[in-house]
Design a binder for this molecule. Sequence first.
Ligand SMILES: NC(=O)C1=CN([C@@H]2O[C@H](COP(=O)(O)OP(=O)(O)OC[C@H]3O[C@@H](n4cnc5c(N)ncnc54)[C@H](O)[C@@H]3O)[C@@H](O)[C@H]2O)C=CC1
Ligand SMILES: CC(C)CC(=O)C(=O)O
Ligand SMILES: [Mg+2]
Length: 357
Amino acid sequence: MNFNVAVIPGDGIGPEVTEQAVLVLEKIGELYNHSFNFTEVLAGGSAYDLKGTPLPQETIDICKNSDAVLLGAVGGPKWDNLPGNLRPEKGLLQIRKELGLYANIRPAVLFDPLKEACPLKPELIEGGFDICVVRELTGGMYFGEKGRKETDMGMAAYDTELYSEPEVDRIVRKAFEIARKRNNKVTNIDKMNVLESSRLWREVVNKTYEEYSDVTLNHLLVDNAAMQLIRDPKQFDVIVTTNMFGDILSDEASMLTGSIGMLPSASLGEGKFGLYEPIHGSAPDIAGQDKANPLATILSTAMMLRFSFDLEKEAKAIEDAVLKVLSEGYRTKDIYSKGTNLVGLKEMGRLVVSFCK
Ligand SMILES: NC(=O)C1=CN([C@@H]2O[C@H](COP(=O)(O)OP(=O)(O)OC[C@H]3O[C@@H](n4cnc5c(N)ncnc54)[C@H](O)[C@@H]3O)[C@@H](O)[C@H]2O)C=CC1
Ligand SMILES: CC(C)CC(=O)C(=O)O
Ligand SMILES: [Mg+2]
């Protein structure tokens, strides 16, 4: 089969990790007789430098005409002094919104060979854990009204957390549907003891739940949830939460799997189309040094094959290859521990390609 994939390498380590992910997809194409046509497009800081905007219209058009999008990461100190609407991250928020990708699925799975890279006590992670964070992606604080104003205490700034009932309903439905294909368990995370937006959020969760009473639902306040993730990650299955809380909690959860370099994600809307990206950023501190872990991006391509292209066997082939690389003891620096083999980003990518079958 033929698939058109738009690739947004972005900034920092983005181009390095997407390069390896593309090589893995090409190998899968050869092995399973598929043709992936890649079109590279600009977004983020590199787009600003070349086009004066972090999200050129051409990028939106090409993404809309593709079957799926692969994204590395955007941003970096070079663009830190730009006004908010020209910042690389604004381009990322905009593309998610433009493409209607309101659900960000972030699986935090502990691979067995990485147990020693998990900072928790062995008894807390016995049998591993498999958490699926369902993060609302096109609303909340990152999209609400923001600004600055003079007050009698001097200049002040504000951001607004705003959620409508339909926005909450559709993400919560997504979480319940995902739970039905897993272990029928959802934890809703909000801050309803303080935030009005969270009070509405929780009301909608409970209302929508009336249609999903076969699923077990529980609620946690976000501060408690942040603590519970470390205390007992195995209590979680599907987590549903807001844009900002999901952003923060999934970075936290990633460390339990060994590194932020391990967590893939899928950003989905109503249909089969999706944008696939690692959860990490552009990691300027290690960019261009062949040090970054490409596995999060490579695992994101497995999510693309599964969700957007219905290629389960091929998705599994990538995940099996990643597991084999880890089982054979190869590690990038972020997941390295004594007694394992330290490799660079390119070698890690090459190993995954060589283990795909
Ligand atoms: N999706 C995106 O494009 C995102 C972009 N950003 C942007 O990226 C820039 C840097 O943000 P930070 O807060 O430093 O977060 P970051 O996720 O880029 O890096 C945090 C830490 O994790 C490490 N790290 C990240 N990915 C790694 C990988 N694949 N392998 C090994 N180590 C890895 C980095 O070296 C750094 O020490 C900022 O401009 C930020 O706005 C941040 C998060 C997501
Ligand atoms: C622009 C930011 C919201 C990116 C980010 O941190 C993320 O999506 O994880
Ligand atoms: Mg983030």
